[in-house]
Ligand binder design. Structure first.
Ligand code: MOS
Length: 739
């Protein structure tokens, strides 16, 4: 079919708007009469505000108000229902709730002025006296005090299987490792920002940086005791998020507070430094004890994680579930404990838990493969699992073997000499390493609405987000494909609480969830159109059955005889000049319960390590992905490339450095907090292996937002071992660790 849109490499439908600046991000909604807020951040990590003197700030001409815990109106934080849709168990941080300081850089005041510069200047004049209390931000020192949370945010560790201790003790090969992953902070291009627009009748329109407008709406309604109908949240474009926008951040609360109190519109945008004042990927230490037979066949896996959280919320993520998904082994014991520190609560970051857990698991397995003298790919084939052993369910589909095969072939893996330090080029040691990974392919409940107007133009909508991943584009493709319309006749709307409900855009579930809803809504329009087409005078489809027609090129035609056709516009004429409107709520099919849906990846990496300097260059990455049906090979490839680049950052660069004397992350800007730049990125190739899956959702697509990152860092670290013979077990692998 020449009009097929699904599976076609399609440029972003919002690409032009983005490169011309037409696309507006939260802070760019410069409504008339706007005022500006600037946040004052706590200088201490724990204690109390003894006094806060705002008089000098208020004396500045143009400063309108300074909001603190002292003048916060009593109705705010009234009903205690202030958890948001991504809150971990515990008691969320409430800005300006009290004088208590719970973490360094906690927002303690908002200065609002007629201009941004005046607000910032005013903020510098706020004088704060603190009573400092002892604090503890030292992860290593508290690891032995780690606790099992009452409730996990993530999947709780599954019960042990078999006899892990005995099997380990009896195993011919044993390996015990400890791997550490640092805290990492979100650094999207767009800083967090909210514009709260004060409407005449006291209602609010809020432009927010968020991965789900419903979450901001619910949060504001609860914090301020408002009806949801009084708050409309809009977020048409998000300049990167990947978890940082799952929870409403404190600038949202502050902007709304100021707007309500001043009865003016208020913009609050965080600075790059303040981006380091909220959630981060938690520092995590993992201990693995793995036993295997002489030939490398696994006999026991014990995987224990110790991860940072705040003192007020129990954040956890799926760090230790991966052995049960990725390796067949009858004796397994998995645990995940938390280390409570005086920091802000950690937050989901691209493949939360997977990035961390698969790193430690895959590096440990590389160590074991060496010990067994088995090639790393061979080792993984030997221990291949046909089911998710945590849930004892078969995979809905799993083409990981094909990932190994195609990835290895493209990379040239068969030419590898397994001996460390065996490949050299001048003073560069060359290393080849590999790892595999998985991520959940979840479908959530979602709603969508399709409106086909008499002129044949289709508008489809759902309150989801596009964090740069391509939601606008793939939803447009799915809708166009279902109704056989050209792409330019389809518009997809998102990011507005007035649209049908959608889950948070995260967890790699948007295509699966919202895409299924879009398809279902368009399928209903299809049925209606077919009936209308049959009513057209002398309709060639009069006696046709619905199953016998197809929708393509703006026409409904018989599959057997394309000349028997009715145009969509002709069919629409039978609708009395009215649009066709269909809204559906879609949810996962019951049959999904019996299966474990996952995406898989195999990644092959080449590094060059300068022997004299210890510098590492990742010269080649090949990732083969099994992600079900690929809706758009172009945006899909971009997703995986982005994951690879971030994986380079995880392996070699990213680290938020905590100064335990100050209780503060010190390298809080992009000068000192390193992320990969163009000079760090070399050859990267993405392969999508064919994978059919009719269980995962009606589209057969699995979602690709997170699978691209999980196996990259371990493949790099394994390649560094192959190059140098040094096994670095603490990320990032900076040059000092290689000298
Ligand atoms: Mo993702 S970390 O669920 O945005």
């Amino acid at each position: 079919m020449k009009n097929e849109q699904i599976g076609k490499a399609t440029s972003r439908v919002d690409g032009r708007a983005k490169v011309t600046g037409e696309a507006k991000y939260a802070a760019e909604f410069n409504v008339p009469d706007l005022t500006y807020g600037f946040v004052v951040s706590s200088a201490i990590a724990r204690g109390k505000i003894k006094s806060i003197d705002t008089s000098k700030a208020l004396a500045v001409n143009g400063v309108l108000q300074v909001f603190t815990h002292e003048n916060r109106p009593g109705y705010v934080w009234g009903d205690e229902k202030y958890q948001d849709k991504d809150s971990p168990p515990g008691s969320p941080f409430r800005p300006l709730y009290q004088s208590e300081i719970q973490f360094s850089m906690q927002p303690i005041a908002l200065v609002v002025a007629e201009t941004f510069e005046l607000a910032r200047y005013g903020a510098s004049l706020v004088e704060v006296a603190y009573k400092q209390d002892a604090f503890d931000t030292n992860f290593e020192a508290n690891i032995e005090k780690a606790y099992v949370p009452e409730k996990y945010k993530s999947t709780p560790p599954p019960d042990p299987r078999g006899k892990p201790e005995k099997a380990f003790a009896d195993a011919a090969l044993q390996i015990e490792t400890e791997y550490t992953h640092p805290s990492e902070h979100h650094n999207p291009m767009e800083m967090h920002a909210s514009v709260a627009v004060w409407e005449k009748d006291g209602k609010l329109t809020v432009y927010d940086k968020i991965q789900g407008v419903d979450n901001s709406q619910q949060y504001i309604a609860n914090a301020f005791g408002m009806d949801k109908e009084e708050v409309r949240v809009i977020s048409p474009f998000v300049g990167g998020a990947f978890g940082s926008g799952l929870r409403p951040q404190y600038q949202l609360f502050l902007a709304v507070l100021a707007a309500r109190e001043l009865k003016r519109s208020v913009k609050v945008m965080l600075t790059r430094q303040q981006m380091f004042s909220f959630g981060h990927r938690p520092k995590t230490t993992q201990r693995l004890a793995v036993g295997a037979a002489e030939d490398g066949k696994l006999e026991a896996i014990q995987h224990d994680a110790f991860a940072e959280t705040s003192k007020f919320e129990d954040y956890s993520e799926n760090v230790i579930t991966w052995p049960g998904v990725l390796y067949k082994c009858d004796n397994m014991k998995l645990s995940h404990k938390l280390v409570g520190l005086d920091v802000y609560t950690p937050l989901d970051m691209r493949a939360p838990g997977g990035t961390t857990g698969i790193f430690a698991l895959e590096c440990t397995m590389d160590e074991l493969a060496y010990k067994a003298g088995v090639d790393p790919v061979e080792f993984r084939l030997k221990n291949y699992s046909e089911k998710d052993q945590n849930q004892d369910k078969p995979f809905s589909s799993k083409e990981l073997k094909e990932c190994y095969r195609q990835g290895a072939e493209k990379f040239g893996w068969s030419k590898r000499n397994p001996e460390p330090r065996s490949m050299k080029e001048g003073h560069n040691l060359i290393g080849w390493g590999m790892a595999h990974g998985a991520w959940e392919a979840t479908q959530k409940e979602a709603s969508a609405k399709a409106v086909l107007s008499p002129d044949g133009k289709l508008t489809v909508s759902s309150a989801t987000a596009d964090i740069g991943t391509g939601t606008y584009t793939v939803m447009t493709q799915i809708a166009a494909d279902t109704l056989g319309l050209p792409l330019q006749d389809v518009t997809f709307l998102l990011g507005d609480t007035s649209l049908p409900k959608s889950p948070l855009e995260g967890g790699s579930w948007t295509v699966s969830s919202v895409g299924s809803a879009v398809k279902a809504a368009c399928d209903k329009v299809r049925e209606k159109l077919f009936k209308l087409a049959q009513q057209v005078e002398n309709s060639p489809l009069k006696d046709a059955k619905f199953e016998e027609v197809r929708f393509t090129d703006g026409k409904i035609s018989l599959q057997q005889d394309a000349s028997k056709a009715v145009t969509i516009t002709a069919a629409l004429k039978q609708n009395g000049g009215e649009s066709i409107e269909e809204q559906v709520d879609s949810k996962p099919a019951d049959k999904q319960d019996n299966y474990a849906p996952y995406t898989h990846a195999a990644t092959f990496v080449e590094v060059k390590v300068d022997e004299d300097l210890g510098t590492v260059k990742v010269t080649r990455i090949v990732s083969a992905i099994a992600g079900g049906r690929v809706i758009n090979p172009k945006t899909a490839r971009s997703q995986i490339l982005g994951g690879m680049v971030w994986g380079i950052g995880v392996a070699l660069e990213e680290e938020a450095v905590m100064d335990n004397n100050l209780g503060r992350f010190m390298n809080h800007d992009l000068d000192k907090y390193h992320v990969p730049v163009n000079a760090d990125v070399h050859d990267m190739e993405v392969i999508f292996v064919e994978e059919k899956d009719d269980i995962v959702n009606p589209l057969g697509a699995k979602g690709l937002g997170e699978i691209g990152i999980v196996s990259v860092a371990p493949a790099i670290v394994n390649a560094i071992f192959h190059a140098t013979g040094k096994r670095v077990r603490e990320l990032p692998v900076t040059l000092d660790k290689l000298l």
